[in-house]
Each structure stands twice: as C-alpha cells, then as structure tokens.
Design a binder for this molecule. Structure first.
Ligand code: SF4
Length: 384
C-alpha cells in the first residue's frame, strides 16, 4: 500500500474578520479581543446542592463547556458559591436577579464573573458605584445581561415593547453608569426569544460599543427548535464577526447546549473541527441504507478528537467525489463499498463489512495524525 500523506489541515476560510472588542478575563478564559469564541452553559441543579452542582459542572466540562453559570436566587445558594467556585474545573459565573446583595456575595465567594440583570435588580442604578468598587477590587468582570422578558420598565414604557433599540439602550445605559466609576470590565448580552429581534439588537450594540458580546437566544425552546433558532441567530452574527462567547439555551440537559454551541462554532470555522461525518441525505438512487450506515459510523467513532472527515455516501453519483475529498470515505453500490483513504481507493468490501472497515481505517488514520502532531479540535483556552 502506498504511504498516505497526512499533512496539516487546510487553513480554514473565514467568513468575516472578528469585530474588535476589548478583552476581559473570566477566570482562566479570555473573552473578546482575539480570544477564540467560547462556549458557555448554565447548571440546572439547585446551586445550594453543592454535590449535584459540581457533578453537573464536571459533566459540562467533559462535554467541552468552557464557562459555567449558576443561579443564585437564595442565601443558601449564595453560601454555596465559594465551594463551587473553588472546586469547579472551569470558571463559574454567578447569575443574579432581584437581589443586589448576592452580587457582593458572589464577588466575595471568588466567582470568576457576575451576571446582573439591570431590569429586575431593585435600585440597581444606585448600587452601581458599590458594585463597580467591589468588582474592580476583586478583578471580577460584570456581564450586563438584558433580557426581553425582564426589560427595565422605563425602557418598556419608552419603546412599548422589547425592541432591538430598547434592549441595546438598556444595556448601554447600565454600562455608562459603570463607566462613570471607571469600570469597563464588562461584557454584554441582550437576549430575546425572536432571533430576528436578537440579531438586530446585537448589531446595534456592536456598532455602539467595544464591549465583548455574549450571544444568546433566550427561551429558545426544546432541543430541535432551540438548536435551529440559536444556529440561525448566532450564525448570522458570527458570520459578521459579532460575538465573543455563546450560550445556546435549550429546554434540554445543559450538556446538549454545549454540543450545539461547539457544533455551531465548528460549522463556521471558528473552532477547528473534530470528527466530521459527511453523509448524503440519501435518495432514490441509494444502494445502501445511508442513515443506518452514518449512524453506525458516527457511533463507532464517537469521542474521536482528531479533525477527521469521513464521507458516507449512498451511491456512485457523488460518492466517489465526496469520498475522495474526505480523509476517509465510502461510496456504496452493488452490495459493496469502495473505501477511500486520502483520495485513493484502498479496497472494496462487501456491504456487511463497510462499517467495521471504516472504523478500522479511521483508527489507523487518527493514530497517524496524532503521531504527526495534527492538532485535535480541543477548544483553545487562554490561561492567564
Ligand atoms: S450520493 Fe447517491 S444516494 Fe446519496 S443523495 Fe447523492 S445521489 Fe442520492
């Protein structure tokens, strides 16, 4: 068999230059500037249940989450923050609504950042001086997290509803209060459940400030709908270079949010792809059960970290072409599969052997890629 040239992956094509935002540091993760777009999620456990929360954070970390947010609605939750922040493997952001006292508790507890919702924290504006002082003393950034569902009543009155202008104005107003105290360690989110409003709001913000932006479609819905809404909205913004960190909100386990977030970034070449299955949708020409084949290959290669592209094609129309473009592929026909490695047919196997042959060849390639030092798709995390 001829030697296969593995080479380095091609330099990915960029859709747009990233918007130039100021960089902040959320614990060990840099957000904004030239830092890679990071993926966040939020725990669903009671924060006061330290064991369950740390367990979920460990699962999120394993799924690739880089920053985690925890809710802090009660004093018991606030009391749990110090242990959680200390034991979490990734930076912890405390999410504060209604009670300004928990902002101070979170800063004291060593959280990497605090998210405040200026729309529902009582007399928030009067507290900005104290919050800015405490946060800057501890080197803790603040996320000003405006939500359509809890917009500042003054802006609701001015605009009638949560328009893009209202969302952006609310965030910028709060940021200006912090700026009065020379505090600029800020990132901003302006979430709405309608991707169109959300995209327009972030575009406005992107024009009017240089703060890093945390993208989110709030209450995006169950996994299927929420994935589509988030992918569409984040895709529109990230394709314009807008967005420094993302959180996909799904009515589903948080690790699913992380998977979707990572996939969105990989799809836009904002993160190096890991395993990618290029499989055809199948059609009347298919000579093999493509869905089953693609599922079996995906399951067999789960957890593979190297950026391997595997083509699973149903017939000879596009099969050989796609299989040739991929690192590894199969083009099926007449009860057989032609197996391609790096553009060359290395063997033809009966249909019953396609899956095991692909997995076997993928393992060999992965090993060679690892030996050749081809970077895995692990997210790049800047460590301060
Ligand atoms: S590769 Fe063949 S089976 Fe798959 S969609 Fe294209 S024409 Fe149909």
């Amino acid at each position: 068999m001829t030697a296969i040239s593995l080479g380095m992956p091609d330099v990915p094509i960029k859709l747009a230059e990233r918007r130039k935002s100021r960089q902040i540091q959320v614990g060990s993760v840099a957000v904004g500037g030239d830092a890679p777009v990071s993926v966040q999620s939020m725990t669903t456990t009671r924060t006061s249940d330290i064991g369950a929360t740390l367990q979920q954070i460990a699962e999120l970390t394993a799924s690739g989450c880089q920053i985690v947010r925890v809710a802090c609605p009660t004093q018991d939750d606030a009391d749990a923050l110090a242990t959680i922040a200390r034991k979490s493997q990734i930076p912890v952001i405390a999410d504060i609504h209604f009670q300004p006292k928990y902002v101070f508790a979170a800063i004291d507890a060593g959280c990497a950042a605090v998210r405040v919702n200026p729309g529902n924290i009582k007399q928030f504006d009067d507290k900005v001086r104290e919050i800015a002082k405490a946060a800057s003393g501890a080197g803790v950034p603040i996320r000003i997290g405006v939500n359509a569902g809890s917009l500042d009543p003054r802006l609701l009155e001015k605009y009638g509803k949560a328009t893009p202008e209202a969302l952006a104005e609310s965030a910028l107003w709060e940021a200006s209060l912090f700026e009065e105290h020379d505090f600029r360690d800020i990132k901003i989110s302006v979430k709405h459940n309608d991707p169109v409003v959300m995209v327009a709001a972030y575009r406005l913000l992107a024009q009017k400030c240089d703060y890093p932006l945390h993208l989110g479609v709030t209450e995006a819905g169950p996994a299927f709908q929420g994935t589509i809404k988030s992918a569409v909205a984040f895709g529109a913004l990230l394709a314009e270079g807008i967005g420094d960190t993302i959180r996909v909100s799904l009515s589903a386990p948080p690790a699913e949010e992380v998977k979707v977030g990572i996939q969105i970034l990989e799809s836009l070449n904002l993160r190096q792809r890991r395993l990618e299955i290029v499989s055809c949708p199948s059609c009347g020409r298919a000579q093999v059960d493509v869905y089953k084949l693609a599922d079996q290959v995906t399951a067999g290669l789960e957890g593979m970290e190297v950026p391997l592209r595997v083509a699973v094609m149903g017939c000879v129309v596009n099969g050989p072409g796609e299989a040739r473009e991929a690192d590894l592929g199969v083009a099926s026909g007449n009860g057989k599969g032609q197996i391609f490695v790096k553009g060359e047919v290395i063997k033809t196997v009966p249909e019953s052997k396609i899956v095991e042959t692909l997995i076997e060849e993928a393992m060999k390639l992965a090993e060679q890629m690892e030996d050749a030092g081809v970077a895995s798709g692990e997210p790049q995390v800047s460590v301060s």
